[in-house]
Ligand binder design. Structure first.
Ligand code: SAH
Length: 257
């Protein structure tokens, strides 16, 4: 008799947070610790992967040197294939799976294939960076709106960011290092003051975190001079000049010199 078709497994889209393992949700930590198969991207901190069981299979779909990330369709296919053989797949993603993580596409692929999928939220980079830099994203004094945008997306110049930054508003840019100059130019063209305060938070919540301060006009130069590396978020708005952030400035200057 042939083997019956296995019961389909399940895909867990799990947010790993910005880096510090202590910032995992309990649910994420439990899933990682019991997983047999973890499919993770490059942003997931090694300290988090270290929580997996020694016999767990860890599959990285990360960028390797000059090679590109595994194409999204292949990642989707991998998740579906493994789940259809009855496995529980932990798909571990940096930050939150549904903030610039293409978690939506993975969930759709699973649903289309009849695979059960569950999403475990994670602390997104903006939220982790704000806490670690003691920089509130909203503040009664300085901001009542916060927006997250992707700086690395196609057709940056065609995007309409009008109204997302300026007085009373905080704009957090993910994946914006390579396009920092174009972003600064675009926002200044849109009418933002060149001296609008800006903070760049590199490696937020990790031991090597840096918090760098500048102005919108000074952003491209800062990114180049301080050799800011991914992952980093760029925060634009008056909240970055609140006194508690100012206190970190000396530290940042030390780090750059
Ligand atoms: N899903 C993730 C974002 C993925 S896009 C989340 O919710 O955080 C990748 C971008 O996230 C990076 O280019 C960077 O802008 C940001 N990022 C992720 N981890 C970060 C960290 N520890 N510090 C600063 N920025 C981070």
């Amino acid at each position: 008799m042939s083997n019956p078709t296995p019961e389909p497994g399940k895909v867990w889209l799990v947010g790993a947070g910005p880096g510090d393992p202590d910032l995992l949700t309990l649910r994420a930590a439990r899933l990682i610790m019991r997983a047999r198969l973890i499919v993770h991207d490059g942003l997931v901190d090694p300290a988090i992967l270290a929580l997996a069981r020694p016999e767990a299979r860890l599959v990285s779909v990360a960028k390797r040197r000059s090679r590109h990330t595994m194409p999204q369709e292949e990642i989707n296919a991998l998740l579906v294939r493994e789940a259809l053989t009855g496995k529980e797949v932990v798909r571990l993603k940096g930050g939150d799976p549904f903030i610039f993580g293409r978690g939506g596409e993975e969930a759709e692929a699973c649903q289309a294939a009849g695979v059960a999928v569950e999403v475990v939220p994670g602390i997104s980079a903006a939220i982790g960076a704000a806490a670690a830099a003691q920089m509130p994203l909203t503040h009664r004094r300085s901001a009542s709106v916060v927006s997250f945008v992707a700086g690395q997306c196609k057709g940056l110049s065609e995007q309409n960011w009008a109204g997302l930054a300026g007085k009373g508003r905080t704009l957090v840019i993910y994946m914006g290092l390579a396009t920092a100059e174009a972003i600064a130019d675009k926002l200044i063209e849109d009418g933002l003051a060149p001296d609008m305060p800006v903070a760049v938070v590199e490696n937020a919540t990790r031991p090597q975190m840096r918090v760098l301060r500048t102005s919108l006009a000074g952003l491209p130069d800062l990114v180049a001079r301080a050799k800011v590396k991914s992952p980093a978020v760029i925060v634009i708005g008056e909240v970055t000049a609140e006194p508690q952030v100012e206190a970190l400035r000396a530290l940042a200057l030390e780090a750059t010199t």
